[in-house]
Design a protein around this ligand. Structure first.
Ligand SMILES: O=C(O)c1ccccc1NCC(=O)[C@H](O)[C@H](O)COP(=O)(O)O
Length: 201
C-alpha cells in the first residue's frame, strides 16, 4: 500500500478528515508559510491524530535549536526538514529523539544520492508547497529504497506519478486545496481514493 502524507493541515476538521481517510501521515508547517501554524496550534492539531497516523513537523530556514524546541512543544517526534546540510544536522535531530525526513527540492542543488543518515527521503518539486511537479522519469532524482514523492501531486496525476517514479509514498499539499492554504474535503477524499485505487490495480 502506498504511504500517504497530507501536508499543511491547519484546522481540526481537516486533521479529523485525514485521520478518517486513513492517511499514514499528516504534516504541520512550522516554517514561514501561508500554511504556517504555531507550535501551540500544532500541539492542538497533533492531539487529534490517532496512533496509526504519524504527525510530522515541517521546516525550512529554521535553526536546528528552533526545530527541536517547536517539535517538543507540539509533541511531534517526526520532522521533515527541507534544508538539511550535513550528517551532523541529522545526528543532532536524532540525538533529540526525532525521526528525520530529509526533503530534497529537485533542482535546488542538494543530491538524493548524498546519504546524510536521515530516516526517510522526500523528493519534492523545486519549491516546497508550490504545487510544482518534476520529471518523475529522471532516475538521478530518484533515491534507492523507500522514498516519498512530492511536488504538484493531484487526484488526477498521483496514480501515474507513483507508477512512473516507483515511489513508496506520496505527499501532497496544493493538490488538495481549493485556494492557497485552504484544504478541500472533496479533493482530500479524491486524492486518498485515487491512491488506493491505484494500489489495487
Ligand atoms: O507548504 C508550505 O508552504 C511549506 C513551506 C515550507 C516548507 C515546506 C512546505 N511544504 C511542504 C509540503 O507541503 C510538501 O511536503 C511538498 O512540498 C508538496 O507540496 P505541493 O507541491 O504543494 O503538493
Amino acid at each position: 500500500m502506498t504511504f500517504i502524507k497530507m501536508c499543511g493541515l491547519r484546522d481540526e476538521a481537516t486533521v479529523d478528515l485525514a485521520v478518517d481517510l486513513g492517511v499514514d501521515a499528516v504534516g504541520f508547517v512550522l516554517a514561514d508559510s501561508p500554511r504556517r501554524v504555531s507550535a501551540a496550534q500544532a500541539a492542538k492539531l497533533r492531539s487529534r491524530v490517532t496512533e496509526r497516523t504519524v504527525a510530522v513537523g515541517v521546516y525550512v530556514k529554521m535553526s536546528l535549536d528552533d526545530i527541536v524546541a517547536t517539535a517538543r512543544a507540539a509533541d511531534l517526534d517526526h520532522v521533515q526538514v527541507h534544508d538539511l546540510r550535513s550528517a551532523d544536522d541529522v545526528r543532532l535531530l536524532h540525538d533529540a529523539g526525532l525521526t528525520v525526513i530529509r526533503a530534497v527540492n529537485n533542482g535546488a542543488g542538494a543530491s538524493v544520492s548524498e546519504d546524510l543518515g536521515a530516516d526517510l527521503l522526500l523528493v519534492d518539486g523545486a519549491v516546497a508547497g508550490a504545487g510544482v511537479t518534476w520529471d518523475w522519469q529522471d532516475r538521478s532524482a530518484v533515491p534507492r529504497g523507500r522514498w516519498i514523492l512530492a511536488g504538484g501531486l493531484t487526484p488526477e496525476n498521483v496514480a501515474r506519478a507513483v507508477e512512473t517514479s516507483g515511489a513508496w509514498g506520496v505527499d501532497v499539499s496544493s493538490g488538495i486545496e481549493s485556494g492557497r492554504g485552504i484544504k478541500s474535503p472533496e479533493l482530500m477524499t479524491a486524492f486518498a481514493n485515487a491512491v488506493r485505487k491505484a494500489d489495487v490495480r
